[in-house]
Write a protein that binds this ligand. Sequence first.
Ligand code: ZN
Ligand code: ZN
Length: 416
Amino acid sequence: MNYFTSIYNEECLYSIKARLLRDSLYNQTSGAGLYYLGRFKVNSTDIELPGGIGDLYSETAHFVNWTINGIINNNTLFPFYRAFISASKHDDILSMMTKSQINVHLAVGLNVNRTNRCRYPMYCAICSQLDIQEYGEPFFRRVHQIPNIQICPDHDCFLSRYEPPIQQLKGFNYYFLDSIKVNNATTIFNTCQVLKEVVNELNTLVSNYSFNYKQIPYTEIFSSKGYFVNGKLLRKEVNEEFVKFYQDVRNGYLKQRILESYSWVGDLILNPERVLNPFQHVLFNRFVSSLDARLSPKKEHPFGAGPWPCFNKVCNFYLKLTIEQISVVYRKSNNRFVGTFTCMCGQTYIKSYQKSESGNKEQFSIIERGELWLGELDKCLKVGMSVLEIARKLGTNNSVINKYIKRKSLNKEITS
Ligand SMILES: [Zn+2]
Ligand SMILES: [Zn+2]
């Protein structure tokens, strides 16, 4: 018996299962083995990364022309998540999807994010009407099941959520889309350009396996922009820039995610592999791509065009313009620019510049003396020079030298 011949292009596996189950009820001879499908409670995992594909395959291989890999790549959201999960987890997920019925989200840690997942599948009324015309029935498309996608990438209209009729709530766990629902759905078009762009990017990810979000060197990018001071990420500053970048967003859901970004934006920079929410990655990446254009230090900061001098008296480049790159951070709270300057000798100093009504203030402090300077200090101490002599030689004052002598003796106590 060959009652089930059509797997629709871009149909999600959930939808195929629902139709298989529906048809096997009418046609007991060929699909009796599929009754097991009805035993499982369906959750959001089943819509995105379903398990038990091996069993399904062996029950259906005699009348559906497909393969396990084909199902995973063509009918689940695995390809979509591929860009965000580490290679070591790929195999685990594939084997879970093939063998087990357990919650794949939970197993790979996808549930730790604040994605709004839905128990019921989503559909686009326009796509579905076109499907009715072309195939005689509507079905749930894979791309519409991407978490948080909200709009149809093809039609720029808001998706509808399938709401099962009350009498169906207990029976089927797999719902199939019917024409009545589709014809009754209202279509609301999106007016938010940012949402449209984000959704297009999400849509592309389903087919573009090569792009790898894990390999974007966020830490390097943000330290080169001056968002790290002494190895610490300036979360507040990054977040302010991020929110500012998206200030014109009109879509309410998107706006909300942006406003609560403080908690995840920093995590994304420091530990991108642990943030598995594609929506957040895409939002953040658009912001990062815009950084170069907007935050060029040479244009905006008050420290002038480089290079800048070294102030280490024992450095060969003392007072010479040798520092080619600096990092500059703008602190909005007190209208202050802070520049970090590091010479090859290891000296690092900070200059800050504050614009205010009572006059502009500049501050300067050396935060790192560097290997060369510290080595010179050692030599001076060894030959028994006085603190005053050393201070003169190293270009500083007595209290700085005393501080370093004290620090050295403390270190000695600890190591001996
Ligand atoms: Zn559509
Ligand atoms: Zn130097």
